[in-house]
Design a protein. Structure first.
Lengths: 114, 114
C-alpha cells in the first residue's frame, strides 16, 4: 500500500510558467516532507523540505506548500526553466523516529519546454 | 553536502550469480541506507546500515538475499545474491545529514539480470 502518492506520472510546462507538482500521503504520523529531483543516471538530489509545523517553505524559485488536513503537499517552481526537466520525488518521514527513514512516491517527470 | 560514489555504475549479470555494490562517502557518517528503485516504481528502502552492528532490514527484504557490510564510517557494501530478472533495478545508497534534516544519495548502480 503506497503511503506516499504522486498521481501524475508526467507534467509538461512551458518555460517561464509555473510548474506545480502534487503529492498525497496517507500516514497521518508523517511530520516531515522532502522533495528530491533526479536526472537520468544520477542519484536523487535534495531540493526542499517542510516540517508539519509549517504550511509553506520557500527557497528561491521553489516553494513547497503543506495542507495537513488534506494530507497533501505541492511543489511550485516559478519560473520554470528547461534545466528543471527531471523526475521529482516526494518523500515523507517521521522526524522523531530516530533517523530520517524516507518513504517515497513514484515520482513525476517534469518536462519544461523552451 | 556529502559526496557519495558507487561502484559499479552499471552491470549486466546472469541469473543465479551475485553482485556486490560498493558505496564510499567522503566523510564519516553514522547511518547509511540502501534503496532499490525498480522500473517505474518509487525508491524502496532495503535496509539501514550502522557501523559496527548488523543492518536493519525492511519488510520484504532479508539478509540472505541482500547481505550488507559496514566495516567503517565511510564505506558499505550491498550484495544482491542469487540474482533473478526481478532484481533488475537501480540500487542506491544514501547517508543522513541530521543538521540539514535530509539524506544525500549516491549516483546509483543500474543492474540488469538476464
Amino acid at each position: 500500500d503506497q503511503q506516499v502518492k504522486q498521481n501524475s506520472p508526467s507534467l509538461s510546462v512551458q518555460e517561464g510558467r509555473i510548474s506545480i507538482l502534487n503529492c498525497d500521503y496517507t500516514n497521518s504520523m508523517f511530520d516531515y516532507f522532502l522533495w528530491y529531483k533526479k536526472y537520468p543516471a544520477e542519484g536523487p538530489t535534495f531540493l526542499i523540505s517542510i516540517s508539519s509545523i509549517k504550511d509553506k517553505n520557500e527557497d528561491g524559485r521553489f516553494t513547497v506548500f503543506l495542507n495537513k488536513s488534506a494530507k497533501h503537499l505541492s511543489l511550485h517552481i516559478v519560473p520554470s526553466q528547461p534545466g528543471d526537466s527531471a523526475v521529482y520525488f516526494c518523500a515523507a518521514t517521521l522526524s522523531g523516529a530516530g533517523s530520517y527513514q524516507l518513504t517515497f512516491g513514484k515520482g513525476t517527470k517534469l518536462s519544461v519546454i523552451p | 553536502s556529502a559526496v557519495i560514489s558507487q561502484k559499479p555504475s552499471r552491470d549486466i549479470c546472469q541469473r543465479g550469480t551475485s553482485l556486490t555494490i560498493q558505496c564510499q562517502v567522503d566523510s564519516q557518517v553514522t547511518m547509511m541506507f540502501w534503496y532499490r528503485q525498480q522500473p517505474g516504481q518509487s525508491l524502496t528502502l532495503i535496509a539501514t546500515a550502522n557501523q559496527g552492528s548488523e543492518a536493519t532490514y525492511e519488510s520484504g527484504f532479508v539478509i540472505d538475499k541482500f547481505p550488507i557490510s559496514r566495516p567503517n564510517l565511510t564505506f558499505s557494501t550491498l550484495t544482491v545474491s542469487n540474482m533473478s530478472p526481478e532484481d533488475s533495478s537501480i540500487y542506491l545508497c544514501s547517508v543522513e545529514d541530521w543538521e540539514k534534516e535530509t539524506q544525500y544519495f549516491g549516483p546509483g548502480t543500474r543492474l540488469l539480470v538476464l
